[in-house]
Design a protein around this ligand. Structure first.
Ligand SMILES: *Cc1c(COP(=O)(O)O)cnc(C)c1O
Length: 426
């Protein structure tokens, strides 16, 4: 396949946009080559500026769970746009989507909408600090919670891909309030809690990790965190920006039967428009301004176009009883197919999968945390990335990323993907 026009467009972009991209994960720095410019997309396919058709396994990094240009979302946005795109005043659609989320997700009474997952996590931590009157937070190496200062400590995929796990520009004062534990290692959390008695406001976690590849929580890990939080009143924050409305209607809380105190959303919740949100029970949410003292605001928060898109998306997911099962089955089919190709060709690998999140690590150690995720062979990853791309299969340009399966994928698309993988390693 030829990527000539993409390459020209990228050269122009580099002159006026740092690295040519508005988010580093879009760059091809880890794999070489230049990013592909999308002209349009429909269902499971991307149509690029060179006229290539690509099967998409990124899906805007998660949001397009029902495929690109999903008609009910497009219709909702178009209809709203004709009536004005922003007012800075309340609209009914905000209450409708809030009611819908509260009905779908366990253990929450109220929700506040923001514009990104970053904002959701940042605000959730401020709320946890305001509510508990404590300063420190515990996060896990390899987990990503957006790019706000407190979280840029061993922050997973994007940051790791570009070799800056800890970003300059984060002050020492901020960094000292973020304590680092190891994923799936309850003892590492217990030690931090014991060493910082009455100082920890919250533990924030991706309850199924997706930013160091996909890593499921081992048996008892989330339950253990829940217990650890109950006693000294630490708030447990589930960052479900990636997993929310992807793994189950009610997210990981529903899937694993563990309750969080605050839940963060992004990605799918906006149906492809910029939306994030955080939610909790009344007692906690009532601490937010204007009811309570913890300040949080946004000129475009609850934007009518974004809320209409999110409402259409969540309504579709809420009314389709089989969607999450179908997604998981498609992902399992791909998992089996890839396993066979890699095994037949003696490529050392480990595939992790939860529902419609899947990642291929090129190492045979069981991948349970950041350290084991980092062991993957990047040369093999580059081979598969470019080999697949040349055959019109678009996977994320980093070995640390999860592939996102969309319901728009057909079994024919999955077979084509597996066949392309055979060609790569033949
Ligand atoms: C993507 C992501 C974020 C950040 O969301 P943005 O909308 O990119 O700011 C936060 N947490 C998790 C788990 C994510 O996957």
């Amino acid at each position: 396949m030829i990527y000539k026009r993409s390459s020209t467009l990228f050269t122009e972009a580099e002159k006026v946009i740092p690295g040519g991209v508005n988010s580093p994960v879009r760059a091809f720095k880890a794999v070489g080559g230049t990013p592909i410019y999308v002209k349009e997309a429909k269902g499971a396919y991307l149509f690029d500026e060179d006229g290539n058709v690509l099967i998409d396994y990124i899906n805007s990094w998660g949001p397009m769970i029902l495929g690109h240009a999903y008609q009910p979302v497009v219709d909702a946005v178009v209809e709203k746009a004709q009536k004005g795109t922003s007012f800075g005043m309340p609209t009914e659609i905000e209450t409708k989507i809030a009611e819908l989320v509260v009905s779908m997700v366990p253990n929450i009474d109220k929700i506040r909408f923001v514009n990104s997952g970053t904002e959701a996590c940042m605000s959730a931590v401020r709320l946890a600090r305001g509510f508990t009157g404590k300063d420190k937070i515990i996060k896990f190496a390899g987990c990503y919670h957006g790019h706000s200062d407190s979280f840029l400590i061993q922050a997973g995929s994007g940051a790791v891909t570009f070799g800056s796990p800890n970003s300059p520009g984060v002050t020492a004062g901020t960094a000292k309030d973020t304590l680092l534990a190891n994923y799936n290692d309850l003892a590492s959390v217990e030690a931090l809690v014991a060493a910082n008695k009455n100082e920890i406001a919250s533990i924030i976690i991706e309850p199924v990790a997706g930013n160091m590849g996909c890593i499921p929580p081992i048996n008892g890990f989330l339950e253990g965190l829940r217990k650890l939080c109950d006693e000294p009143s630490i708030l447990l924050i589930f960052d479900e920006v990636m997993t929310g409305f992807r793994l189950a209607k009610g997210g990981v809380q529903e899937l694993f039967g563990v309750n969080a105190d605050i839940v963060c959303f992004g990605k799918v919740i906006g149906g492809g428009l910029p939306v994030g949100a955080f939610a909790a029970r009344n007692e906690i949410m009532n601490h937010l301004a204007p009811l309570g003292p913890v300040y949080q605001a946004g000129t475009l928060s609850g934007n009518p176009l974004a809320m209409a898109a999110g409402f259409a998306m969540l309504t579709a997911l809420n009314t389709d009883e089989n969607v999450f099962k179908r997604l998981a089955e498609k992902t399992e089919y791909l998992h089996k197919g890839l396993t066979k190709v890699l095994t037949d060709n003696n490529i050392i690998h480990t595939i992790n999968r939860v529902g419609s999140m899947i990642s291929v690590h090129f190492d045979d150690t069981k991948v349970v945390d950041f350290e084991t995720a980092a062991k993957g062979n990047n040369e093999t990853f580059k081979t598969i990335f470019h080999g697949m791309l040349n055959q019109g299969i678009y996977i994320a340009p980093s070995a640390f990323e999860t592939w996102f399966i969309t319901d728009a994928l057909t079994y024919k698309d999955l077979d084509a993907t597996i066949a392309a993988c055979i060609t790569v390693f033949k």
